[in-house]
Design a protein around this ligand. Structure first.
Ligand SMILES: Cc1cc2nc3c(=O)[nH]c(=O)nc-3n(C[C@H](O)[C@H](O)[C@H](O)COP(=O)(O)OP(=O)(O)OC[C@H]3O[C@@H](n4cnc5c(N)ncnc54)[C@H](O)[C@@H]3O)c2cc1C
Length: 229
């Protein structure tokens, strides 16, 4: 799926989404990337040269409406994020949960039992650290549920979608779990090493953490994108 302009002179309103199928004449796969994480998902660079896309591959309204561009064009692209950021946040929550569960298992094997009925300060340092990570995880999970619930109910959720997506929790938790498990955490024979590599992309795609913070600041301060860059 490619976002492209139908008319360079018409500004953001002319940006539309198109399905460009691999194999369309003019579509060239330049290279597949070798990546830090999410290696089961291909990321590729491609070039489009004199690539003609059939009209029926255009998604949404074909007309360019400069006056009311909130229903399509660039504003439409931005609105898509309100629905796609909560699922990315959900992936981050899932990854964080897997890391915590695996760490708890590895710690138990090493003789460290996490006791949820006793205060953190009265437990071994590794157990106390895991309790902190669980609290971060729970906060990230609740933010994600809120953003997704609002999207489901068609409530304006840009702020909540960015707050959920901005969760640094997933990267922090994954790295901390590697740290807590020592060589088992860092080694490739356990999954923590993989999850730590996979975590980073969740803080990048669908808008980086820094861009989420910018959006949150704009929403809270009532500033436009021109006023707060
Ligand atoms: C593996 C992978 C898969 C991807 N898959 C897709 C996909 O399927 N579809 C798709 O459309 N995109 C995809 N992307 C693109 C991804 O969404 C962008 O890479 C991401 O949003 C960052 O944008 P950028 O690369 O233009 O970074 P840049 O804008 O060049 O930013 C670089 C750095 O500067 C920071 N920065 C930029 N502007 C500001 C600012 N104003 N204030 C503070 N910091 C700032 C950013 O946060 C980032 O840390 C993918 C990227 C990767 C790495």
């Amino acid at each position: 799926m490619v976002w492209a302009t139908l008319d360079r002179n018409a500004g953001r309103a002319a940006i539309k989404s198109l399905v460009v199928e691999k194999g369309t004449p003019g579509f060239e796969l330049v290279r597949l990337e070798h990546k830090l994480g999410i290696r089961a998902s291909d990321t590729a660079q491609f070039a489009l040269r004199d690539c003609r896309v059939p009209r029926e591959n255009l998604l949404g309204e074909p007309t360019i409406n400069v006056a009311h561009h909130s229903s399509g064009g660039f504003a439409g692209v931005m609105q898509t994020f309100d629905n796609t950021r909560p699922p990315v946040a959900a992936m981050a929550v899932g990854l964080a949960r897997a890391c915590i569960e695996e760490t708890q298992r590895l710690l138990k094997e090493a003789g460290v039992d996490v006791d949820h009925d006793r205060p953190a300060y009265a437990q071994q340092a590794a157990a106390a650290e895991l309790l902190k990570l669980e609290a971060d995880y729970e906060a990230a999970r609740l933010l994600t549920m809120q953003a997704a619930w609002m999207a489901d109910d068609r409530k304006p959720n840009s702020l909540q979608a960015s707050q959920a997506k901005a969760g640094r929790a997933c990267v922090d938790i994954a790295l901390k779990c590697v740290e807590l498990c020592g060589s088992a955490g860092y080694g490739q024979h356990e999954l923590l090493e993989k999850w730590a590599r996979d975590a980073m992309i969740l803080d990048i795609f669908e808008g980086t953490q820094q861009i989420q913070l910018l959006i949150i600041a704009r929403r809270l301060l009532g500033k436009s994108s021109a006023e707060l860059k």
